[in-house]
Ligand binder design. Structure first.
Ligand SMILES: [Cu+2]
Length: 351
């Protein structure tokens, strides 16, 4: 039912190019050529050195290119716009049903931006199971063929690799203050990205079970092991390594879906925005208490924040019709569009 509705809306949107709300700057993704030759997303371990260099050069290019949209608060670089998108959506896409679909869409936005900076390869990801318990020895941290290693000093600013001395202007939390790209690796936490933990995380039957187990399991422990952008849940995507980790997270959802595609490519549930009493499930005290960590969304941020109920028939429950926005970087997409990585809107699989 939603598929038909979505297609109808997409067709109307595409032909009439309507703006339904100020936030939906473009129509949702119009469907879809069939996906006959899915791209193979490979782990960083397995891709060629030239591809690694091209990928890192494009990410560096985004971090040093000026912003383009002129509407995202605090964004000075093209990379800032990508980080800002995560900041703006932070309270809609964590501890909610949107977590997996939005981050899948977010990877597609990254892919588009990387193409702007000349990267025409397939997006890589990081198979963290291969480095579980010993993250710091992983090839992803290589100084020239990787993202650089653990940072140094009080702010853990990167001291080697392609992103050394570069600045992100979004964050911490809901602020917009220039700071270095930073991370701190803790091997102990990384053991929980191992195969047995992944297997457990994708063993549930329902989307809700998989979502909760992936989110609080390898996803969260990976973040703890990397402490990207000082472990800031709102803007950790400032560190380009974020997208390697979230490729791994996306792979877990894909693996779970692949076990029973008939059912699981349609299974979606959960909230479309955080319950204020819960906030981020990994922190106690709900949204109010968490605001002591990150502040609250500013008036400028709220002014560009999409309606979390968009496409959801006015309720708090996430539906396949939910409209996800990139605030104008690429066309909006629905949750239905991203359910199947080989559905046409997307065309890839993990190896
Ligand atoms: Cu996120």
């Amino acid at each position: 039912m939603y598929g038909t509705l979505t297609l109808l809306v997409a067709c109307i949107g595409a032909s009439a190019a309507v703006s339904i709300t100020p936030q939906s700057v473009s129509a949702t993704a119009s469907s879809t050529s069939p996906c006959t030759a899915p791209q193979k997303r490979q782990s960083w371990h397995d891709i060629k050195d030239d591809t690694k260099k091209a990928y890192l050069a494009a990410a560096r290019c985004l971090l040093t290119s000026p912003q383009k949209l002129n509407r995202l608060p605090g964004a000075k670089t093209r990379w800032d716009e990508l980080v800002s998108l995560h900041q703006i959506h932070a309270l809609q896409i964590h501890t909610t049903g949107q977590f997996l679909p939005f981050h899948r869409y977010y990877l597609k936005i990254l892919e588009f931006l990387m193409q702007e900076c000349g990267y025409d390869g397939v997006l890589p990801y990081w198979d963290e199971t291969r480095d579980a318990g010993k993250f710091s020895a992983s090839p992803v941290f290589h100084p020239t063929l990787g993202f650089g290693g653990s940072g140094t000093g009080a702010q853990n600013c990167l001291s080697d690799g392609p992103f050394v001395n570069l600045t992100v202007n979004i964050g911490p939390g809901f602020k917009s203050q220039p700071r270095c790209v930073n991370r701190r690796i803790t091997d102990m936490f990384s053991s929980q990205t191992g195969t047995s933990y992944v297997t457990a995380a994708i063993s549930g039957k329902t989307y809700q079970q998989a979502l909760d187990a992936i989110y609080s399991g390898p996803h969260l422990l990976g973040h703890m092991a990397l402490s990207m952008m000082n472990g800031d849940s709102i803007t950790s995507s400032g560190d380009p390594l974020f997208f390697m980790h979230h490729g791994f997270v996306d792979k877990m959802w894909w693996q779970w879906q692949s076990k029973d595609p008939e059912t699981r490519l349609k299974d979606i549930s959960g909230l479309n925005a955080q319950d204020p009493a819960v906030g981020f499930s990994e922190f106690p005290g709900g949204m109010e208490q968490e605001s002591s960590l990150w502040g609250k969304p500013t008036r400028e941020i709220l002014a560009v924040t999409p309606d979390p109920k968009s496409g959801d028939n006015g309720g708090n429950t996430l539906t396949l019709g939910h409209v996800m926005s990139s605030l104008g970087i690429i066309p909006n997409a629905t949750v239905a569009d991203v359910m199947n990585t080989k559905g046409g809107y997307l065309c890839y699989e993990y190896v």
